[in-house]
Design a protein around this ligand. Structure first.
Ligand code: PHE
Length: 449
């Protein structure tokens, strides 16, 4: 990044920024989390509400984050302090930093699984005995105490390494090459997966809603959380990235491209996973292991498919890395400014704390699996608190801030919308629709409505 404003870094180009934001959005959320949550939430009805959440709540709040970041030119906390000094909006900033810690802590666990599978495919793929199949292999792997921790650590080292040299240098290039490659591979695998015999069932599962589940508040709750998680929304990752943007770029186009691509990615990933899930007789609600027990079966059924496995888990790990970087950057940008530490020292220090924080999540799937909090293991609890609670609340505050805490003319100007119909519609959504929708989904899922 060119050192423009008082040494603050800047993206090399508008494309560089869009790619970085896409790199943040596209990751394990689209493939791993999307497919297992869709599977657990019953398929099509969930998918429908998820898409509605993206369109009606996600994109407007994404625009709000870009706008805040670029105007304030600071980290999440600093952005609110700059734009609204002494006001309580900064709460969203602290919530964002907390979310960054929590999400990256368990994200690194799953990214570690992906690294492990990648390394397995260097020598032909995970070796399984006939009985347990890939489910057995996966179960054994995640419940062994040390192995997953080793890979989680390895992922954190890579993430810290990139944040250490600076986000732009670290990821602009890899996003430009590896993300499109992953897209092509997922597309090809989806096409192949459809030939395995489960296509019809998968299409019905994904696209024919069981209308009765539209009255289940938990489906809305899950869809909202997934929308926020997948778009990297509600915790300031995109405020932070927006803050490395110069004034001359146009925001609305960027917001729509990021959200559009992210959603497309998830849907194609669904078309890759579910036909195989049904063809192999795997339960769609198998939980967080779903892609790790399904995909090896696909690779197995292709002659020489090990090479696909290798490429897939390599590219998935790279996608996870560019998302992990955006998570770590939120915390690092804040602590660097707050304590005047160097980027290098901050990255290592915060990265280490996040690794430690993630250990219980990893062990919660093995030796600590007896520890249950309201029926959830430690891993699920961390994910639930961050994705389903913190992110939507953070998004709620961000929407209210741009809608009410900022002069309308200022917000319209800072967003590049100007005083247009779309701009005014955007403000209306941030003022009323998005906050009310989030609020209602929350109340109904805790049984108040
Ligand atoms: N959106 C990322 C993914 O889909 C995860 C993420 C969440 C990144 C929140 C940053 C902030 O993998």
């Amino acid at each position: 990044m060119n050192d423009l404003k008082e040494g603050r870094e800047q993206w090399g180009s508008r494309l560089g920024f869009i790619l970085a934001a896409m790199g943040s959005a596209v990751g394990l959320g689209n493939i791993w989390r999307f497919s297992y949550v869709t599977g657990e939430s019953g398929g099509a009805a969930f998918l429908l509400i998820y898409i509605l959440c993206i369109l009606a709540i996600g994109i407007p709040i994404l625009m709000a984050e870009f706008t805040i970041g670029r105007r304030a030119q600071s980290d999440v906390v600093g952005s609110f302090e700059t734009l609204a000094p002494g006001k309580p909006w900064v709460l969203a900033g602290f919530l964002g930093v907390a979310s960054a810690f929590i999400i990256l802590s368990f994200y690194a666990v799953v990214a570690g699984w992906s690294l492990h599978y990648f390394v397995q495919y260097l020598s032909g793929g995970p070796s399984i005995d006939a009985e347990g199949g890939y489910g057995g292999y996966f179960g054994e792997f995640i419940s062994s105490p040390l192995q997953p921790l080793f890979w989680q650590f390895a992922f954190m080292v890579l993430t810290v390494g990139i944040v250490f040299v600076g986000v732009k240098k670290g990821i602009e290039k890899s996003n430009k090459i590896l993300m499109p490659l992953l897209a092509v591979l997922v597309l090809v695998l989806a096409g192949y997966s459809m030939t395995l015999g489960g296509a019809q069932e998968a299409i019905a599962f994904l696209f024919t809603p069981d209308w009765s589940s539209l009255t289940d508040p938990n489906v809305y709750f899950a869809a909202l959380g997934q929308a926020f998680f997948s778009l990297s929304l509600g915790m300031g990752a995109l405020i932070t990235y927006g803050s490395y943007l110069s004034k001359k770029d146009k925001l609305p186009g960027a917001a729509v491209s990021v959200a559009g691509l992210d959603t497309l990615f998830a849907i194609v990933a669904g078309l890759m996973i579910f036909p195989a899930v049904f063809a192999f007789g795997i339960e769609p609600d198998s939980g967080p292991g779903l892609v790790f027990i399904t995909l090896p079966g696909i690779f197995d059924s292709i002659t020489g498919g090990g090479i696909f496995g290798l490429a897939f888990f390599f590219l998935l790990s790279a996608a996870a890395l560019s998302s992990g970087v955006s998570l770590l950057e939120v915390a690092v940008a804040y602590f660097m400014r707050k304590f005047q530490w160097s980027r290098q020292k901050t990255a290592i220090f915060i990265g280490f704390i996040i690794f430690i924080l993630g250990i219980p999540s990893s062990l919660g799937l093995g030796i600590l699996s007896d520890v249950q909090i309201f029926g959830r293991d430690i891993f699920d609890t961390m994910d639930f608190i961050a994705s389903n609670i913190f992110l939507p609340i953070g998004g709620l505050i961000i929407a209210l801030f741009v809608g009410w805490g900022w002069k309308k003319a200022d917000a319209l100007d800072a967003s590049d919308f100007g005083d247009t119909l779309i701009g005014n519609g955007w403000i209306l959504i941030l003022r009323f629709f998005a906050p009310v929708a989030i609020f209602i989904i929350f109340l109904s899922s805790i049984g108040v409505l």
